[in-house]
Design a binder for this molecule. Structure first.
Ligand code: PMP
Length: 351
């Protein structure tokens, strides 16, 4: 460790992102990317923008993108905040909305970036264990707190809460901000966006990385009432006025407007999820119900670490978390049917 580092940097426990190998012939099912690629209209829009115009700064407010999202979701453009991936939108929410006196509550197990941001921004937190069926129970979030954040569907379990449960949670804490991270909602979850109009304490965050297959472009957004969005804007404008570049803005707009591509590809992912579920079931895996573009599964007779290693040796990568309670699970992103078949063939040699 360097003596030149600040004490803050010494104390950090950074997020460890999934592997992004350069090897070509891998079946890459480890970071919940979409196997079908972005809308061809998005690619065309990015190509058209990639010219002399790049000498100009982008629109700091990404107005055309916020308008497109607002039209799609039936909200006002000033109720939309966009950022460089939902990770950045989350970071601004942690800085501007979730750093209250009481502890921030989130599930244990959940997206592992949440405690990382708490460490970075000095936010006290309390983890609420998911129940015996590995589901979030919103009634466990009763009592005083500073704010609440949870993904719906949850990660890495894939389990989704119905909208009625989210409404109960938001209404039980009228004086606290409740952030619902909907990174995976388009694969079978129920979005809380319709609750925003009546609930001033609700912020919903979504991303273009999963259902729109634009993880490489880095675009995420939040929907909330104006006073919450204003907080995010203040943080953003104190950090980076231009989080979205010109290519990201036009690509995301074209992607958002291509509802045909969106519907077709997310339908394919959901059909492949069902097929994979059945194949894993036949191999003796226990699989949690999933409303996301991944499944979370364990085999009663095999350690998760061994299975992940055995798959890696056969050029199939999945995510394994060495965390108590989930250490025997594999998180497997939904690939094409051909990729899922290669995964199953490799697993057959291991279980
Ligand atoms: N939230 C959750 C629950 C996630 O799993 C992810 C993806 N790792 C993100 C947010 C961030 O996604 P992105 O920054 O690509 O929008």
């Amino acid at each position: 460790m360097s003596r030149f580092w600040s004490p803050l940097v010494h104390r950090l426990t950074p997020y460890v992102a999934g592997e992004q190998p350069v090897v070509q012939d891998l079946v890459k099912l480890n970071t919940n990317e979409n196997p079908y690629g972005p809308s061809p209209r998005a690619i065309a829009a990015i190509r058209a923008e990639a010219g002399d115009g790049l000498r100009l700064y982008p629109d700091p407010h990404a107005t055309i993108l916020r308008q497109a999202i607002a039209v799609g979701l039936g909200v006002q453009a000033d109720q939309v905040f966009v950022g460089n991936g939902s990770d950045e939108v989350l970071a601004h929410a942690f800085q501007g909305l979730l750093n209250h006196d009481g502890p921030l509550l989130f599930p244990d197990i959940t997206y592992s970036f949440y405690p990382v941001y708490c460490g970075l921004y000095g936010i006290a937190y309390r983890e609420i264990p998911i129940d015996a069926a590995m589901q979030v129970d919103v009634d466990d979030y009763a009592g005083p707190c500073g704010a609440i954040i949870l993904p719906n569907p949850n990660a890495p379990t894939g389990s989704a809460l119905p909208l009625s449960a989210i409404r109960r949670l938001v209404e039980a804490h009228p004086d606290q901000v409740v952030v619902v991270d909907e990174a995976y909602v388009d694969f079978g979850g129920e979005s809380a966006v319709p609750l925003v109009a009546d609930h001033p304490n609700l912020l919903v965050i979504q991303t273009f990385s999963k259902s729109r297959s634009l993880a490489g472009l880095r675009v995420g957004f939040a929907i909330g009432q104006r006073h919450l969005i204003e907080a995010l804007e203040r943080v953003k404008d104190s950090f980076n006025s231009y989080p979205l570049d010109r290519l990201a803005i036009v690509g995301a707009v074209a992607s958002y407007e291509d509802t045909g591509w969106f519907e077709e590809t997310r339908g394919r992912v959901m059909a492949s999820r069902q097929r994979l579920f059945e194949a894993l079931n036949e191999l003796g895996f226990e699989i949690l119900p999933s409303a996301a573009n991944f499944v979370f599964a364990r085999h009663p007779a095999h350690r998760g670490a061994d299975l992940a290693k055995g798959l890696r040796a056969q050029s199939v990568i999945v995510r394994h978390f060495a965390k108590p309670r989930i250490e025997d699970f594999l998180r497997i992103s939904i690939g094409t049917d051909a990729q899922c078949d290669r995964l199953i063939a490799a697993l057959k040699t291991l279980v």
